[in-house]
Write a protein that binds this ligand. Structure first.
Ligand code: GDP
Length: 193
């Protein structure tokens, strides 16, 4: 079965997005770990799973040792399942992401989002960045270019429309992400032939 994993800091709108993608309501229950949800993608008639890796959202408040353990668990999960994972979606709050990334970088830390993006690539899962809350962003093109820049993708962002998906989960405007997933899904099926 094709599997899509979602990661993101808390409050970026991951639950809202999951609800839009799968058609059902669930919450991560506030626990780090792995939550799997069957989906209702109308364009994917075969088995298709969304997996939430909620641990990632909880890393800011936890002590170093626990944080390292969560990261290790996530990386192991990705490594073990890389063959069946169709895409890794890193969900960001488009309004806040660049500031948060820059603040981490100034302190000499690798920002979690950037680190996760790198992990996905390292294990051979092509990341998709869902840039959420676009309704709150005035200068969307500039913002998306900045996000590309922080991820090491050469702007303009439009060059990366297969992996940068501006969305507004709250309004159900997630077409750009669905298009990215649809493309991956078709590529994946073609590879299987
Ligand atoms: P999670 O912690 O990542 O699962 O985030 P939630 O899905 O619980 O959303 C966190 C907050 O962001 C909630 O108040 C949502 O209503 C809000 N939110 C989610 N998507 C959007 C969006 O596209 N635009 C705006 N403005 N708010 C959003």
């Amino acid at each position: 079965d094709a599997e899509v994993v979602l990661v993101g800091r808390s409050n970026v709108g991951k639950s809202t997005l999951m609800r839009e993608l799968t058609g059902h309501d669930f919450s991560t229950g506030g626990k780090p770990g792995v939550t799997r949800q069957p989906n209702h993608f109308d364009w994917a008639s075969e088995g298709f799973m969304f997996t939430d890796l909620p641990g990632f959202g909880f890393m800011s408040g936890v002590e170093d040792e626990r944080r390292e353990q969560i990261k290790t668990d996530i990386v192991h999960y990705l490594e073990e399942n890389a063959d069946s994972i169709l895409a890794g979606v890193v969900v960001m709050d488009g309004k806040a992401a660049v500031d948060i990334i820059d603040r981490h970088a100034e302190r000499g830390n690798v920002p979690h989002d950037v680190e996760m993006y790198g992990f996905l690539e390292d294990v051979g899962v092509e990341p998709i960045v869902a840039v959420n809350k676009t309704d709150k962003i005035d200068d969307l093109d500039d913002r998306l270019d900045d996000i590309c820049d922080r991820l090491g993708l050469f702007p303009p962002w439009q060059q990366w429309s297969d992996r940068i998906a501006p969305i507004c989960a709250k309004r159900g405007d997630i077409e750009a992400l669905e298009e990215c997933l649809r493309t991956r899904f078709h590529e994946h099926n073609r590879d299987d032939l």
